[in-house]
Design a protein around this ligand. Structure first.
Ligand code: SAM
Length: 287
């Protein structure tokens, strides 16, 4: 099978199988070899690595990953793509395609079956579920070394920003708690087929061995963070009190006072360290 990655090769496969792009699955296939090279280089893959690819599409990036990695496991939700993948990946004996939803599949089990070594995730993500996928990969405490993904430019910006910006939110804090984010390259909409409405960026998230802040209960930290950003216009104390997570306004105000912050503090002004302190202070107080 000839290598994919060009507009021409992609069109030929699409026509041969009479494939209809499904918007609901965020299907925008990469048709730019230069960008493919950049993603694969950024993921820094060797024969020692097992790579998890989310949404292989017609297998364009999968082929490249199979050439570099020891093993590739690709999870694709769209059954119409499975026969295409059988053809485009027929020349590789180190690729397993799983027909499933990445949010339902047991990734921990996949990791175990493939030697239990930390995996590298590489994906041109379906944009409609970018945030849930990234949060799930981190929060399930999977054995991952890095996540190198194509996301919307706006999402890439949200991952790296700190307090005081309008992009700052639960995703920024989750990413920065677990990993060091870097934007590798911007990707114009013209590099995809069909062309999406937004520009994209490739981001590499390198997992920390230890989180940069000390937290008694990670789940509780993220419950608190989500509650803090649910109602951005309210003060942190009101937002958390309204979220129904067993903490009242007075408790938040007291905890803020201990860390030297005023009762009128808003969630978007708190650093990760301040959220960690607040979550530790409130951890034992839940009703
Ligand atoms: N990797 C291909 C490429 O770069 O050309 C395709 C990328 S396309 C943006 C996203 C892919 O993810 C599609 O193949 C789509 O069918 C698949 N997908 C969408 N939702 C998914 C899900 N929940 N689980 C697994 N794959 C999914």
């Amino acid at each position: 099978m000839a290598s994919l990655g060009s507009r021409k090769a992609t069109s030929e496969i699409i026509q041969k199988y009479r494939f209809d792009f499904r918007k609901k699955y965020g299907q925008n296939f990469l048709v730019d070899k230069n960008i493919l090279d950049k993603i694969v280089a950024a993921a820094d893959i060797s024969r020692d690595d097992c790579v998890l690819e989310i949404g292989p599409g017609i297998g364009t990036m999968t082929q490249r990953l199979a050439e570099e990695a020891g093993e590739v496991v690709a999870v694709e939700i769209d059954g119409n793509l499975i026969p295409i993948l059988e053809e485009t990946l027929s020349g590789y004996d180190n690729v397993t395609v799983i027909h499933d939803d990445i949010l339902k599949v047991d990734i921990e089990d996949i990791a175990k079956r493939h030697g239990g070594r930390p995996m590298k995730v590489v994906a041109n993500l379906p944009y409609y579920i970018t945030t849930p996928i990234i949060m799930a990969l981190f929060e399930k405490r999977l054995p991952l070394k890095s996540i190198t993904v194509m996301v919307q430019q706006e999402v890439a910006d949200r991952m790296g920003v700190g307090p005081g910006t309008k992009e700052y939110g639960a995703l920024s804090l989750a990413v920065q708690y677990y990993a060091r984010p870097e934007i590798i390259t911007k990707v114009p909409a013209a590099c995809f087929m069909p062309k999406p409405n937004v520009d994209s960026a490739v981001v590499r998230l390198t997992r920390y061995d230890e989180p940069p802040v000390e937290v008694e209960d990670e789940r509780w930290l993220f419950t608190l963070i989500r509650a803090s950003f649910n109602q951005r216009r309210k003060t942190l104390a009101n937002g958390i009190a309204n979220a129904g997570i067993g903490i009242g306004r007075g408790q938040v105000e007291d905890a803020l006072a201990v860390t030297g912050l005023p009762p009128t503090t808003r969630g978007e002004t708190l650093t990760l360290k301040q959220f960690a302190d607040l979550s530790n202070a409130l951890c034992g107080q839940r009703r």
